[in-house]
Design a protein around this ligand. Structure first.
Ligand SMILES: *[C@@H]1O[C@H](CO)[C@@H](O)[C@H](O)[C@H]1NC(C)=O
Ligand SMILES: *[C@@H]1O[C@H](CO)[C@@H](O)[C@H](O)[C@H]1NC(C)=O
Ligand SMILES: *[C@@H]1O[C@H](CO)[C@@H](O)[C@H](O)[C@H]1NC(C)=O
Ligand SMILES: *[C@@H]1O[C@H](CO)[C@@H](O)[C@H](O)[C@H]1NC(C)=O
Length: 431
């Protein structure tokens, strides 16, 4: 390939498929905390005051996020999910927080969160009601957008319950415009494709123009079977969804449930590794006031977070399934690669896997530098194309590596990963 053609290929590759929503936000996958999976719709402030959905929960979480290194690691959004509002709008038709559980109101809570150097997220719904039956925003998009802007909220999670699916797109687009019209940049997290998939293949070009991230698939639960179902769905639809991800807009496979009850430590490492490969928003749903040190260390692992936040902003995907292993890869800046090897055999002990039989190992010609990130950090040193390199992976665990090509003199351009050629053609058809 001549140099000009190569440069063109690179330009096509690094250019996002379609324009992202232009609000200056989510240039890297969002990081923070979201209450839903762990705290759900707990309204029992009388007997369970520390865990009910109240201003106290978010203030305590914000305090811990600053004190325990979460903010420094990059987790800055503190996000409210469903069940925060009063069942009635106020006399002007505006949403209002439940007065008993949020006596100070949302503006005061936002001020508190901002005083800690963090950001506040809120929740609403594109339809007539929220999923838990609180007032929805249908017919009130401009009012609600302005209310959230007046409260100085930084992120809106916009759910899709109680909405005629044929109006979903219109509703999500109208709210996006309403948010823009407030003049305040508010990160816009959608569930448009999740609610459209049962009827129709969603238009990801339109979704990327409208939202900063978007849920595609069912809610995450605190279980390995839930994590597996999300990975399987994502791999089965990767041709459709991966090209739409990039700076400004991301596929959202839902919350990290690391630090809760349902996943073994190996499975927690798998969720962290695979969510990072998927360039997913890292929104934890756990109790940061009471989390085991190993889970905390995993969530704050700076090597993993560096992969998540890689400036190239390309989503990775499953590149192979072999012998009950899955290999997932993500292209990083400077032609580096992150590789996750997931052992899906849930019987027996650790099994060995030769990463050097793998297509992307071609980048080790003439040499590459391999670093294992999970399960332990380990520099595996300089390797060549013909070295046999084996990793060991526990049942339902993942080994995460980075591979950095080392070039001698740059005589010819480094050949990009074969799978990216496929993605490039996909881009070309929608460009
Ligand atoms: C509103 O949209 C315009 C055009 O896309 C963009 O330039 C501007 O930054 C947006 N403003 C906000 C607050 O998102
Ligand atoms: C979206 O906005 C358009 C233009 O104002 C309006 O005609 C349409 O009814 C709105 N759709 C929804 C679902 O709000
Ligand atoms: C998808 O949305 C884009 C942008 O809004 C639009 O230009 C395109 O025509 C839509 N594609 C289909 C198949 O509806
Ligand atoms: C390989 O990568 C590790 C980790 O980033 C680094 O410490 C080491 O210096 C690198 N070695 C070479 C030869 O580039």
């Amino acid at each position: 390939m001549c140099r000009a053609a190569f440069l063109l290929a690179v330009l096509v590759l690094i250019r996002p498929v379609v324009e992202a929503l232009d609000n200056g936000l989510a240039l890297k996958p969002t990081m923070g905390w979201l209450h839903w999976e762990r705290f759900m719709c707990n309204l029992d402030c009388d007997t369970d005051p520390n865990n009910c959905i109240s201003e106290r929960l978010y203030m305590q979480m914000a305090d811990v996020m600053v004190k325990e290194g979460w903010k420094d690691a990059g987790y800055v959004y503190v996000c409210i999910d469903d069940c925060w509002p009063s069942h009635q709008r106020d006399a002007q038709g505006r949403l209002q927080a439940d007065p008993k559980r949020f006596p100070g109101g949302i503006k005061k809570l936002a001020d508190y969160v901002h005083s800690k150097g963090l950001k506040l997220g809120i929740y609403a719904d594109v339809g007539k009601n929220t999923c838990a039956g609180y007032p929805g925003s249908l017919g009130y998009y401009e009012t609600d957008a302005q209310t959230f802007a007046d409260w100085d909220v930084d992120l809106l999670k916009f759910d899709g319950c109680f909405m005629d699916w044929t109006l979903l797109g219109e509703g999500y687009v109208n709210m996006s415009k309403a948010l823009n019209k407030t003049g305040k940049s508010i990160l816009y997290s959608c569930e448009w494709p999740l609610y459209e998939w049962p009827f129709n293949q969603p238009n990801y070009t339109a979704i990327r123009e409208t939202c900063n991230h978007w849920r595609n698939f069912a809610d995450v639960y605190d279980s390995w079977s839930s994590i597996k179902s999300i990975l399987d769905w994502t791999a089965a639809h990767q041709d459709v969804i991966v090209p739409s991800a990039g700076p400004g807009g991301w596929n959202d496979p839902d919350m990290l449930v690391i630090g809760n009850f349902g996943l073994s430590h190996d499975q927690q490492e798998s969720q962290m590794a695979l969510w990072t490969i998927m360039a997913a928003p890292l929104l934890m749903s756990n109790d940061l006031r009471d989390i085991c040190p190993r889970s905390k260390e995993l969530l704050q692992n700076r090597h993993i977070i560096a992969i998540s936040q890689d400036p190239l902003g390309k989503q990775g995907y499953r590149t192979a399934k072999v012998d009950s292993f899955e290999v997932w890869e993500r292209l990083l800046s400077n032609n580096r690669m992150a590789v996750a090897v997931l052992n899906r055999q849930e019987i027996g002990g650790a099994r060995g896997f030769f990463i050097s039989v793998f297509p992307s190992w071609k980048m080790c010609d003439p040499q590459c530098n391999v670093t294992q990130i999970l399960p332990q950090y380990k520099e595996m040193g300089v390797q060549t194309l013909h070295n046999k390199v084996k990793v060991s992976v526990n049942p339902s665990g993942t080994t995460l590596l980075t591979i950095t090509p080392i070039r001698s003199g740059l005589k010819r351009p480094h050949k990009l990963h074969w799978q990216d050629t496929i993605i490039k053609h996909k881009h070309a058809t929608v460009l």
